[in-house]
Design a protein. Structure first.
Ligand SMILES: [Zn+2]
Length: 302
């Protein structure tokens, strides 16, 4: 059964208002990740999520898809999402009140008292009855907070079936970036094309500062990358400095020859664009290193 269209719209805007870029430049993807996870669990029939049971899953999502941080706090979204009106903690009165009411309760209490969280009853019912609504809210959260190259991975990790996520790409941006880098991956030089039209295969215009973080559609926020290197940039495995040096994260591992091939690029200059005005802008580069790159950079031989 489908929720009525006005009900659907109201719900969607409720989740839309969860614009969690309120802290300026910093990514705050914790709440969207919790909701995506809860949608996945709901699809499997779970009404309530007990904190101690989901803590590890949630932490893993934050580690993998959240910004690189020294410590991750799955208890924050679990507690603070209530203020957005899309989450309830029915047994919150069993918790000792923290001194400052805006602080979450002690994590040991959440664990030991088997505190549960979940969608409020009306939202839960609408979502349970309508898989299409679940998908559209999941897509909304993904497209508001993450670049499209990661949607599939996040959906899989959250246990969601998305079908194909809709994406928006600015065609001019793509064209200008590919042209600036002469239609080849700025890292590996990949430039295969197909057919008489010579359409590039798997060559993409990557945003250094994500569109979701208001990264501009300027060439100085772009890099022409093959699909693999684009993915690695968005995953924080790679970083490109303002003067075009490539850094590989120490966190990348795997087997040779793939690993050594990647590390061969470390500390080297990538292909330069046709004009110096196309070089990556300092501000977007700083954003990427602070919000995405999983440093430190490895200390490989250069
Ligand atoms: Zn490449």
């Amino acid at each position: 059964m489908q929720a009525s269209s006005s009900r659907r719209e109201r719900l969607q805007s409720q989740f839309e208002e969860l614009t969690v870029w309120k802290q300026g430049e910093q990514r705050a993807s914790n709440k969207p990740l919790l909701i995506l996870y809860a949608l996945g669990r709901l699809a499997q029939g779970d009404r309530w999520l007990t904190y101690s049971n989901i803590e590890e899953d949630l932490r893993n999502l934050l580690v993998e898809f959240g910004p690189p941080r020294k410590r991750h706090h799955p208890e924050y979204p679990f507690w603070h999402l209530r203020t957005d009106g899309v989450w309830v903690i029915p047994e919150s009165d069993r918790l000792d009140a923290p001194e400052n009411t805006s602080d979450p309760p002690r994590i040991t209490e959440l664990r030991e008292k088997n505190i549960r969280g979940g969608f409020p009853e009306d939202i839960y019912e609408s979502l349970r009855e309508d898989p299409g609504l679940r998908r559209s809210i999941a897509r909304l959260l993904l497209s508001s907070h993450f670049p499209s190259s990661l949607h599939e991975d996040i959906a899989v990790a959250a246990g969601l079936d998305l079908e194909s996520a809709s994406t928006y790409r600015d065609p001019d941006f793509r064209l200008q970036v590919l042209q600036a880098y002469q239609y080849q991956c700025a890292i590996c030089g990949f430039d295969l094309r197909i057919g008489a039209t010579g359409t590039p295969i798997g060559l993409e215009a990557a945003h250094i500062k994500w569109k979701q973080a208001q990264g501009p559609d300027d060439v100085s926020n772009g890099l022409a990358l093959c699909a693999l290197h684009h993915k690695m940039l968005d995953k924080g495995a790679l970083h490109v400095t303002e003067d075009l040096y490539l850094l590989v994260s120490e966190a990348v591992h795997g087997s040779d020859p793939h690993l050594s091939r990647l590390r061969d690029h470390h500390g080297k200059r990538i292909h330069t664009p046709q004009r110096t005005t196309y070089y990556p802008d300092g501000e977007v580069v700083t954003w990427h290193v602070e919000e995405v790159f999983r440093g430190p950079a490895g200390a490989y031989q250069m």
